[in-house]
Design a protein around this ligand. Structure first.
Ligand code: ATP
Length: 638
């Protein structure tokens, strides 16, 4: 049976093409500039393979001319141009890409092809002009031909091709802009400032100059005979300017870029007024070819912890901006990193707004994650002050990273963490802590509280410090979760100083503790009765040395978790199972015992409340009845 060709309703197809592919109408300019760049590239390639042409790359340029009176916008190039047949097959056939064909025809080992970077591949970009224009005229003359042709279309009723005049080879695309409408202001595409903005946004790194006549308002030069009281005069001057930067910094050799250039690029592109702390300029070839330039900012962006902050790297493909913030390239823990990634290997979807496959992205994201970590480790090693600055800005983010997704990134982040050291009185890494650990020390100790000074005075900290062991002072709400997520450091378990077994006990110590607990039982029962449900248990403490009391928690929820969860917006109001620990060797305990022995219930309940309130204060928890506490303390004075 004879095979039949699919038929296509070309009018409908064009309509789909124009109205359904792109999210933003403004990208028409990106598409036409990319086509112009391809035309220049093809000519540059041809001249490399044919010396007789006498074309210099330096003469190739793209020109943008808005004309408010005629309501047209023209994009011109002096590239390869099109013959009548080219017009038929390229602009008369939807989804036929002359550029794609050109690229496919290049041999793998073609040296001349190394220096060109053709963008077009789908054969649809040109028609995006009809999103903003109700008619498009193309005037073109192919290189080496003395005939010029005019292609005209209103996008709906087909097109015409007629002979015309054109002095030089190349192509002019003339868009007759639509009348302003509610849904779009088409006038804006006639304003040089808007056109400049769009060129900078999407086509800044097109390798050929994109020129436009722009207005500049400036002071007139002072006449030579101007007197003292001569007032400066201003004038508006029109001049042709190259709008695009052309060679992106990341395409240049690392050794040739000055630090000031890196910093200026960062500040302009990412709107920061401070220099970044570090730049990572890297490239790879192989499974996926890419170049990346990443920055570590010096300060926390004002909206960093709000919903408005969007992480991501800017994505370019062959110098054309594809996506402003590609989130998949950065793990959440490094969401503070800014930068750009450029790869000719991205498999773009037809609108060039998203990528078809994320395989390449995954490969790049994994490589960049490693790069960011090693850059931070280098900073940690070489410049402690700088690293601490980084830590102040983004340390909390790294800690959240440790806790997130059930600790999936904890191995990546562990070496980057800093904690306050009781011994060094400054920040320490976990590795440095471990290096200082005496051999007999079984655990990595940490204590949570408001600030290092206050933590150092906590009663439960004393006995660990007395042993000569170092403690990591944790001052952030998330710290307790971090320690639980990390669980261990090269085989040594993390241990809160508030844990009963924080100091391993000898058999003798255990026996002595049991005896004390037995002897103290009547006191403990009396205090528990006085406090009721406020505490789950009252026990003789084995973690206190000179302090009279402290509060700890039994079960999976620690006091730190309770505090944290209560602060989190929408968080569950978790309550830890509170345990009041009393020091059997302290004077207040002796006073309590006396009251129990003499059956003075009033005093017992007063002392119990006092001890409980003190324990709450030490733990940084709010008192349930502050006025009652104040009254009670005052009553002791009279
Ligand atoms: N300024 C130009 N000079 C020379 N040829 C051009 C020009 N503009 C378009 N063409 C030809 O028309 C073809 C179709 O252009 P179109 O923009 O629709 O698709 P494309 O650029 O090939 O692919 P994509 O949809 O990926 O941009 C191009 O491949 C090219 O051969």
């Amino acid at each position: 049976m004879a095979k039949k060709q699919f038929k296509a309703e070309s009018k409908r197809l064009l309509d789909l093409m124009i109205n359904s592919i792109y999210t933003h109408k403004e990208i028409f300019l990106r598409e036409l500039i990319s086509n112009a760049s391809d035309a220049e590239d093809k000519l540059a390639y041809k001249s490399l393979t044919d010396d007789s042409m006498g074309v210099s790359r330096a003469d190739l340029k793209i020109t943008i001319v808005p004309d408010k009176e005629k309501r047209t916008l023209t994009v011109s190039d002096n590239g390869i141009g099109m013959t009548r047949e080219d017009l038929e097959s390229n602009l008369g056939t939807i989804a036929h890409s002359g550029s794609g064909q050109f690229k496919a025809g290049l041999a793998q080992d073609d040296k001349a092809a190394e220096d060109i970077d053709v963008i077009g591949q789908f054969g649809v970009g040109f028609y995006s002009a009809f999103m903003v224009a109700d008619a498009v005229t193309v005037i073109t003359r192919a290189w080496g031909s003395d005939e010029a042709w005019m292609w005209q279309s209103d996008g709906a009723d087909g097109y015409t091709i007629t002979a015309c005049e054109k002095e030089h080879p190349g192509t002019d695309i003339i868009m007759h802009l639509k009348a302003n409408a509610d849904e779009e202001n088409y006038d804006q595409y006639l304003e040089t400032f808007k056109l400049q903005e769009l060129i900078k946004k999407y086509s800044d790194y097109i390798r050929y100059p994109i020129t436009m006549e722009v207005e500049d308002y400036r002071q007139k030069p002072k006449p030579a005979d101007a007197g003292e009281d001569d007032k400066p005069e201003w004038e508006t001057v029109k001049e042709w300017k190259t709008i695009n930067s052309q060679i992106p910094l990341w395409q240049r050799q690392k050794s040739k870029v000055k630090p000031e250039e890196y910093n200026a690029f960062y500040k302009e592109k990412f709107g920061d007024w401070q220099d970044p702390l570090a730049v990572i300029h890297t490239s790879a070839e192989g499974a996926v070819t890419y170049k990346a330039m990443l920055y570590i900012p010096a300060q926390t962006p004002y909206d960093f912890y709000t919903r408005e902050y969007q992480k991501g790297l800017q994505l370019y493909s062959s110098g054309v901006m594809i996506m402003d913030k590609c989130a998949d390239l950065l793990p959440d823990c490094f969401r503070f990193v800014k930068g750009v990634v450029d790869s000719p290997d991205f498999s773009l979807n037809i609108s060039r707004e998203i990528l078809q496959h994320d395989r390449q992205l995954k490969v790049i994201a994994t490589a960049l994650e490693k790069k960011i970590k090693s850059e931070l480790l280098k900073m940690q090693k070489d410049d402690k002050e700088k690293y601490e600055k980084f830590w102040h800005a983004f340390g909390t983010q790294l800690k959240y990273g440790v806790v997130a997704d059930y600790g999936a990134k904890k191995d990546l982040l562990q070496d980057l963490l800093l904690f306050w050291s009781s011994k060094e009185n400054t920040y320490t890494t976990l590795a440095a802590y471990q290096d200082r650990m005496p051999e007999d020390q079984k655990f990595v100790y940490y204590a949570c509280g408001e600030d290092p000074e206050k933590i150092a005075k906590l009663p439960q900290v004393e006995r660990i410090l007395d042993k000569g062991y170092e403690i990591l002072y944790c001052t952030e709400d998330v710290d307790d979760f971090v320690m639980k997520a990390l669980a261990e450091l090269n085989g040594k378990q993390f241990k809160s100083v508030a844990d009963e077994d924080a100091l391993p006990q000898t058999e003798e110590e255990k026996k002595a503790a049991q005896e004390k607990a037995e002897a103290g039982k009547p006191v403990l029962e009396a205090v528990k009765e006085a406090l009721g449900d406020q505490v789950k248990e009252v026990r003789i403490s084995s973690i206190l040395k000179s302090g009279a009391c402290c509060l700890t928690a039994d079960g999976p929820v620690s006091l730190e978790m309770e505090k944290y969860m209560n602060k989190v917006e929408g968080g569950q109001h978790m309550k830890a199972d509170r345990v009041l620990e009393l020091n059997a060797d302290s004077a207040p305990f002796a006073a309590l015992k006396k009251a129990v022995d003499t059956g003075d219930k009033d005093t017992v309940s007063k002392y119990a409340a006092l001890l409980y309130d003190q324990a709450l204060l030490l733990a940084g928890l709010p008192l349930e009845d502050p006025a009652g506490f104040a009254q009670m303390v005052s009553s002791l004075m009279v």
